[in-house]
Design a protein around this ligand. Structure first.
Ligand code: SF4
Length: 228
């Protein structure tokens, strides 16, 4: 099987998953009830697969789909304010072909970057349970196996950060406990990619000024410089 077939198979497996009964029920309920502004649209309402360049050297690791963002559009970080904040920054740093992301067919491509998440289904209150994160872990492990050129990871938020470390521990690497700090780069050694921690571009962080456009731009410049 060639890499393209592997990616297609993985994507099909993710989209069909119903392992977390609570999340499967919730994503479908949100898709059924919809937000008034999107009432005319058909929601995706399924798990959201990873998105980006299969030859990427950079992995961007988020938390989970937004109820009316990727759970509506079917593509990571697409269709809500977190995505607007993220793609504008990725575009400036040369990782995205355009600064906006509105639908799966908007022409956006990623260059040297791949976006994935801890959970592929929207959780109530944006809070997946520990078992749900564990249930979803095999998917990121398979993506990591396919991302052969990976050199670095930008972990968006503490949960993403803790989970990417847990993934490498589960793969058998001796990773110590590390404390999340925005803007810090971690070198786990053992040939593993470096990990750059960033606050998540959630509305809660961007509207309170915890994460500003300038702070976020620094993250992507750092990532770009490290990739060389
Ligand atoms: S969160 Fe992951 S494991 Fe759980 S149902 Fe969705 S895709 Fe499956």
């Amino acid at each position: 099987m060639n890499p393209e077939e592997h990616w297609t198979m993985l994507e099909e497996e993710i989209v069909a998953c119903r392992k977390c009964t609570r999340l499967a029920a919730y994503r479908e309920e949100v898709a059924r009830t919809r937000r008034r502004a999107y009432h005319e649209q058909e929601y995706w309402g399924k798990p959201v697969p990873g998105f980006g360049d299969p030859r990427a050297r950079l992995l961007i690791f988020g938390l989970a789909p937004g109820a009316h963002g990727s759970n509506r559009t079917g593509r990571m970080f697409t269709g809500d304010s977190s995505g607007e904040f993220l793609y504008a920054a990725l575009y400036k740093a040369g990782f995205a072909s355009q600064p906006t992301a509105v639908s799966r067919n908007d022409g956006l491509t990623l260059n040297d970057a791949f976006i994935s998440a801890v959970c592929r289904c929207v959780p109530p209150d944006n809070k997946p349970m520990p078992q749900e994160m564990l249930n979803c872990r095999p998917f990121i492990m398979m993506e990591l196996d396919l991302l052969k050129r990976l050199r670095g990871v930008v972990a968006l938020g503490k949960i993403g950060f803790d989970n990417i470390l847990a993934v490498y521990r589960q793969k058998g690497y001796p990773i110590p406990t590390l404390e999340f700090k925005h803007g810090q780069v971690y070198e786990p050694g053992n040939g593993l990619p470096w990990i750059l921690a960033s606050y998540h571009p959630s509305r809660q962080n961007t509207q309170t000024g915890r994460l500003t456009v300038e702070m976020f731009d620094v993250i992507w410049t750092q990532a770009r410089d490290r990739l060389g």
